[in-house]
Design a protein around this ligand. Structure first.
Ligand SMILES: *[C@@H]1O[C@H](CO)[C@@H](O)[C@H](O)[C@H]1NC(C)=O
Length: 166
């Protein structure tokens, strides 16, 4: 069931890409692979695509549980041509799988760093940056998030797809 849902999301992300998402006048680069995105969303929300904010007053929304500050740092992407300053611009983007995924890409592009000091910048660092933030990514990972993430990566590695998570 879990694996099935992951693939559903993966296909969704690959199918939609970024053409419907507008940034602030620049093309989006994508440092994070689709498999890595899948494992981050698996760990943080179970890849539950139900459009919700788990904590509306704090604004923690969507598949990737994005906060307002994260969305701002990621360049205030919007959907359907919405103005970035519109009241619901953040919520609508965070609850949209491809706008949210592109926000993760922008955030990682901006804050790319070797959080676990292993000499590489890969999905393990992105998972840390996503959960702990750009300035706290060397800290301790919550157990549940960490173990769900590792399990997802191992799943892909077992299928011979591991190298694609880098
Ligand atoms: C997804 O989240 C919604 C809202 O919290 C919940 O009602 C639903 O049961 C969840 N779906 C799964 C498959 O966990």
């Amino acid at each position: 069931m879990k694996t099935y849902m992951s693939y559903g999301l993966l296909i969704l992300l690959i199918a939609y890409k970024s053409q419907f998402v507008q940034g602030q006048g620049h093309l989006l680069d994508k440092p994070v692979t689709e498999l890595c995105l899948t494992c981050i969303c698996e760990a943080i929300s179970g890849c539950n695509a139900t459009a919700i904010c788990t904590s509306p007053e704090k604004g923690v929304c969507g598949l990737f549980r994005i906060t307002w500050a994260y969305w701002v740092d990621a360049g205030k992407l919007t959907i359907n041509g919405e103005h970035p300053d519109a009241e619901r611009a953040f919520i609508n983007c965070a609850n949209d799988p491809h706008c949210a995924a592109n926000s993760v890409q922008n955030y990682m592009k901006k804050f790319n760093q070797d959080c676990n000091d292993d000499g590489e910048m890969d999905c393990h660092d992105y998972a840390r940056i996503h959960k702990l933030g750009a300035y706290g990514c060397k800290g301790d990972m919550p157990y549940k998030y960490q173990s769900a993430f590792e399990e997802c990566i191992e799943n892909f590695e077992d299928q011979g797809l591991g190298d694609k998570t880098d």
